[in-house]
Write a protein that binds this ligand. Structure first.
Ligand SMILES: [Zn+2]
Length: 412
């Protein structure tokens, strides 16, 4: 039995806008939170404890959209596909471990080519590798020549849709991903154009639902967003409201109102790359910043539910940089730090259907939390360097970052 008690730290309860004024004891046993507060202290005299006076505990972070197999240092699909298999697998393991030490304890992989991330998910779950809890989408459903078709998920007919969704389910995918519109990363693909008619999207959602899977829809163009919503997808990725003049140039307020009423979440993939685009060469707010701020703030004002995401793996966006993405998200969407943090913890867990497993520091849930040296509700920057990460009850000190290879080596 592996058991410990944390004393002296203040716990952020995700329903609250501020930290509790007093510290809350938290007791962990066999990977789960056994109790908090007075309950944690019952018959605790023999239980080893960590004294974390003055620290803050927040739930482990969740990145709702990343790609483990993509190397952010490479710029084209051709370069990605040319990476030798052995090297790719090693790099995926490294990325997963870095994410864990960066406090990202759950992540949804929104697409790859050969279900490699599913195998890594199994190794992580068995404790053979260090990495976050993974939810995998497998091969994104797309069209021949469409966005990311190099991953092998292209379909045309309804029967091909059934077969391709079935293949992902068979491979053990937790979610189904569809490319409802084109994308930026794929040559010859147009981000604002829809790839599927509504009837096809309906079919994808129906087939997925029969297998108990929810659908994440990649949507840049406004028509694609509208159709994905009507088809009943659970998460809209990007939601760029792209028109012919680029992202954020075809904003549809009545659609945004409908989105706020629907059972869906927007995963806007505001990442560290966006954080480098606040201002233009003249030091003024950039065109990109102005457009995307307007787009996100209108969604915020109408009550669209957000979940934090980065699209890590795309050029320049590292897998461990969620915290930088959250800081950018705060500015673009004009959110309070507490709302940003919810979008990366409790709200993300709800959207991903794992709120009974993680996303809050509560009795019965997986012991997934970060020990921070100051209050992230005042300044999110502290999330960039968690002092200690606790994942499924395992304690990972930041001093071990970068030099732990074997999961057994870091017991403290
Ligand atoms: Zn993506």
């Amino acid at each position: 039995m592996n058991e410990f008690l944390i004393l002296g730290a203040k716990v952020w309860e995700t329903t609250e806008d501020v930290l509790a004024p007093l510290s809350t004891p938290v007791r962990v046993r066999d990977g789960r939170i056994l109790g908090t507060g007075d309950e944690a202290l019952q018959d605790a005299s023999e239980v080893p404890h960590l004294d974390l006076e003055g620290r803050v505990l927040v739930p482990g972070l969740i990145d709702s959209h990343m790609h483990l197999e993509l190397d952010p240092a490479l710029h084209t699909p051709a370069e990605q596909l040319a990476v030798p298999e052995e090297k790719r697998l090693g790099a995926m393991e490294d990325r997963a471990r870095e994410m864990l030490f960066a406090g990202i304890l759950t992540a949804r992989d929104c697409g790859g080519g050969r279900h490699r991330e599913h195998r890594l998910r199994g190794q992580i779950d068995r404790g053979d590798r260090l990495g976050p809890r993974l939810l995998c989408c497998g091969q994104p459903i797309t069209t021949p020549g469409g966005h990311c078709d190099f991953w092998g998920g292209a379909v045309q007919t309804p029967l091909e849709i059934d077969r391709m969704v079935g293949l992902q389910v068979e491979a053990g995918s937790d979610w189904i991903k569809v490319m409802a519109t084109g994308g930026v990363f794929t040559p010859k693909s147009s981000a604002r154009e829809s790839q599927f008619e509504l009837s096809r999207l309906n079919r994808i959602v129906d087939v997925a639902a029969r297998a108990g899977r929810s659908v994440a829809a990649h949507c840049h163009g406004t028509q694609g967003i509208a159709d994905a919503m009507r088809a009943g997808v659970r998460t809209i990725e990007h939601a760029s409201f792209a028109g012919k003049d680029g992202f954020g140039t075809l904003i549809d307020e009545s659609l945004i109102k409908e989105m706020a009423r629907a059972e869906l979440w927007v995963s806007p993939t505001v990442n560290a790359g966006w954080g480098r685009r606040f201002v233009n060469d003249r030091g003024e707010p950039s065109e990109f910043f102005r457009r995307m701020s307007a787009c996100l703030q209108l969604q915020r004002d109408h009550g669209v539910r957000f979940i934090a995401s980065t699209d890590a793996g795309i050029p320049g966006v590292r897998h461990s940089d969620l915290a930088l993405g959250l800081m950018a998200f705060e500015r673009y969407a004009g959110l309070r730090p507490v709302d940003v943090l919810r979008s990366a913890t409790s709200e993300a867990a709800r959207a991903l259907g794992i709120e009974e497993e993680t996303g809050r520091i509560e009795k019965g849930l997986s012991a997934d939390f970060l020990v921070l040296e100051s209050d992230p509700l005042k300044d999110l920057a502290v999330l960039r360097d968690p002092e200690i990460v606790v994942f499924r009850g395992r304690i990972l000190d930041r001093a071990l970052r970068g030099r732990v290879d074997e999961p057994d080596a870091q017991a403290r």
